[in-house]
Write a protein that binds this ligand. Structure first.
Ligand code: ZN
Length: 329
């Protein structure tokens, strides 16, 4: 963590100022040390250059949820790129990137749920000063390594925190991004969107992509496979679990699904003036496996072309596997 980062950080619990106690430093960089809140007295560690600003003072149930999500993504970090290396995901990445460019990224930006940092690295290479936030320290460690390899470490600061308790002062960021479902795993979603609004400067923009509750390909799948139970569950409940394998272990991560109207209403009630949604992977099903060839071929390529035409048009903008939401303050 750079010493200058202290100027924008705040206690995630009470938003009080933090004071820095460095134990090991290298120039401007703090490798090991602590941060102490001047208001509530809570202390946070800096380990291997990463400030750990996770919430402690939540209910037992919430603490357990944060822990599970952290463990899930820590376990996932080593195989992240392998599972997401296939034509469908690559196509989604291209759509996400074009949406990011539509928001005209500039200045100080926040990347929420940054993972191994695909968007953070892109934003830094575009000249932005990036604050990359994730609940998983393994993801952040990998992002730090990649930033160093690309010579982008001066433009990327990594912070371990939860999206529903952002450890920043008010009105810091020019843009905020949360791509590939970060908000699907946030227990306190109303608080998270209020916090997102709070940390953004006036006239700024946020771009979010979330897993859609009413994704067309999923609904067709459960109907064709006659999985009535899954169909009813989709209509009945916003919550579910995603299961992932890492080696011999199986991890379940709690997931909250959003419909287009739900996420738009949540963002508007947090204060965002203008909210627009498009869909991605509307006619294509995502795969979570490795493929050496990243090109969509035959009918899939045609379906992608069709998607490109109708992405922003109702009802297709409500039916993608992921919803990409533009929110303007
Ligand atoms: Zn505090």
């Amino acid at each position: 963590m750079r010493k200058s980062t202290l100027e924008i950080l705040a206690c995630p619990h009470c938003r009080g100022d933090l004071i820095l106690r460095a134990r090991e430093e290298r120039g401007e960089e703090i490798i090991t040390g602590g941060l102490k809140c001047t208001r509530c007295g809570e202390t946070y560690n800096i380990i291997r250059g990463i400030p750990r600003l996770l919430p402690f003072r939540e209910t037992k149930k919430l603490r357990k949820m944060y822990k599970y999500i952290e463990q899930y993504y820590d376990a996932y970090a080593p195989q992240y790129d392998i599972n997401y290396h296939n034509p469908e995901i690559e196509y989604m990445r291209r759509v996400e990137d074009s949406c990011i460019l539509k928001t005209r990224p500039k200045g100080t930006v926040l990347d929420i749920g940054c993972g191994v940092g695909r968007q953070s690295l892109m934003l830094a290479s575009l000249g932005c000063e990036v604050f990359a936030l994730d609940i998983s320290k393994e993801m952040l460690t990998e992002l730090k390594r990649r930033a160093e390899l690309l010579g982008l470490e001066d433009r990327i600061e990594v912070i371990q925190a939860s999206a529903d308790l952002l450890p920043f002062k008010d009105e810091i960021f020019d843009r905020a991004y949360a791509i590939f479902g970060a908000y699907n795993h946030v227990p306190h979603v109303k608080r998270a969107f209020n916090d997102l609004y709070r940390v953004l400067k006036g006239k700024s923009a946020a771009l979010l992509s979330v897993l859609n509750r009413y994704r067309l390909m999923w609904l067709l799948y459960v109907i064709l496979k006659r999985r009535a139970r899954h169909f009813i569950k989709t209509l009945h409940s916003k919550h579910g679990y995603i299961v992932m394998r890492a080696g011999r272990e199986r991890y379940r991560v709690w997931t909250r699904y959003f419909s287009k109207s739900e996420i738009e209403n949540l963002l508007k009630s947090a204060g965002f003036q203008d909210v627009r949604t498009c869909g991605v992977l509307i006619f294509l099903r995502p795969r979570f496996s490795y493929s050496s060839d990243l090109r969509l071929r035959g009918p899939k390529a045609l379906l992608a072309k069709l998607e490109d035409l109708v992405r922003f048009t109702y009802p297709f903008n409500a039916l993608g596997t992921y919803l990409i939401v533009f929110a303007y303050k």
